[in-house]
Design a protein around this ligand. Structure first.
Ligand code: BEZ
Length: 224
């Protein structure tokens, strides 16, 4: 049963259109596209409510509320637990993490959304024998395209500072002809896209660029 379900799930790739869906959450019914509106979106799954790593993760995401808002980004969590369990667990998170989860947590009991997004973990089963969701992250742009997919195993909590950092890079590079180098943080120098000629780079980047190699041209963050 578990193998059948996990092999039936859809595997999405960067650039795919994010599948729309309607699902129950602890805050009521949510339709993805309607909920996101013109915002960026982060849809992330966790294996199970009332588990330690997941408790720290959802608390961390709640504490970053202002950071998501500053980036015009709405976050949505998901697990295969029911809305009633979500309510009880979110009270625990408030108690132990000191942070209120005000974002929606999808109650994907029938695994409908997990199957659509390929979130099921064949190595991690519920007592029923059905697969649980793995720690997936999908970043969705306002045009509904998928910009980032990350999958972590159940044993490893995610680094949400890294997810904010990638979001900064995705939002910068969506609107400017630059890429961001290793360990880049918002405000650091960027690199000119290889597809941009030197002549065009001179026009596009008034602060100039440093040509370290013909293919490595460094320019200040164009938004700063
Ligand atoms: C946790 O959230 O702590 C967890 C969940 C599933 C497997 C291992 C850890």
């Amino acid at each position: 049963m578990a193998a059948e379900l996990t092999s039936a799930q859809r595997y999405l790739r960067i650039g795919d259109q994010a599948p729309d869906f309607t699902a129950e959450t602890q805050l009521g019914t949510l339709s993805l596209y309607e909920y996101l509106g013109d915002s960026w979106g982060i849809l992330f799954s966790h294996p199970r409510d009332f588990t330690p790593v997941c408790t720290t993760e959802l608390g961390t995401v709640a504490k970053l509320k202002d950071e998501w808002a500053r980036r015009n980004t709405k976050v949505i969590a998901l697990s295969v637990d029911g809305a009633e369990e979500h309510h009880r667990w979110l009270a625990d998170i408030k108690e132990v993490q000191g942070a209120e989860v005000t974002y929606p947590v999808i109650a994907d009991k029938d695994r409908k959304v997990a199957l659509l997004y390929g979130m099921l973990d064949q190595t991690h089963l519920a007592a029923s024998g059905l697969p649980l969701t793995v720690r997936s992250v999908f970043v969705i742009a306002p045009d509904r395209s998928i910009k980032l997919i990350i999958t972590y195993p159940a044993s490893t909590g995610r680094n949400f500072a890294e997810i904010l950092r990638v979001l900064d890079s995705l939002q910068l590079t969506a609107y400017h002809k630059v890429a961001t180098p290793a360990d880049w943080k918002s405000g650091d120098d960027t690199v000119v896209l290889p597809s941009v000629s030197d002549e065009d780079a001179t026009k596009l980047f008034p602060k100039g660029f440093t040509k370290v190699k013909p293919y490595l041209r460094i320019t200040p963050d164009p938004t700063k």
